[in-house]
Design a protein around this ligand. Sequence first.
Ligand code: SAM
Length: 275
Amino acid sequence: MEHSLSPGLYIVATPIGNLGDITLRAVDVLRGVGAVACEDTRVTGKLLHHLGIKKRMIRYDDHAGEGDRERLLALMESEAVALVSDAGTPLISDPGYRLVRTARERGIAVTSLPGPNAAVLAMTLSGLPNDRFLFAGFLPNKAKAREEALAELAGVPATLVFYETAPRLEAALAAIAAVLPGREVAVARELTKKFEECRSGTPGELAGHYAAHPPRGEIVLLVAPPLEEPAGDIDVDALLRTALADAKPSQAAAQVARATGLDRKALYARAMELK
Ligand code: SAM
């Protein structure tokens, strides 16, 4: 199928490690389009070479401006253009949002092919409740902003899914321990690759493991939903003691209130007793 697709934008998910995960339809579409818009022509060039496909590549990355976007949109009026990212599903913590939005506004045909995505893969692997999950992208880099972002998500009754990097894992686990005490956490690392692993535990246990075995590669971090048991079944004192190790009674009470839904004033009174 060479240049046989009708004009428009084709969003194509590509492997996140194991090249065998490319779908048959993705290969067909990459063969059939007139051009491939990609974040990095070297990365996508390797994938296309592996698939035996020679194709015009057009760079479209985080730095792409309106001019780059307009050129691609103009091309899509007359040709089929694929959008890929370096790995996984385009637009999911990757470029493409404005391109897709504008293409749709202008009536350009847009279609998206299902395929690899690290967040969904980690969710299926983690053993954490999957009836509801919230993908929250990357946590902020700065400590205060990171804690605020976690605090904002504390009451969400769903498993939280974050993208992480190995150098930031330690800080992320410490922030989860402080802001979301008592939650189970899973670290899904190097998915679909040789050293794939998924490790669960408390943030403290995982921090201990990764201090002894510095993590490498790519990471998805997942946090279990807030506890749902009736208040009587929660070991409130244990949660408060953990929180009091790093925080003042008022902060500890606020953290445990967020995690459990219990009354903050009552928790503060108990925290003062335990202090
Ligand atoms: N669009 C991609 C997707 O669909 O998964 C995600 C792109 S985002 C820029 C890169 C982040 O995805 C990494 O920092 C990591 O958190 C996660 N990721 C990508 N590949 C992964 C893998 N093989 N194992 C674990 N996490 C991965």
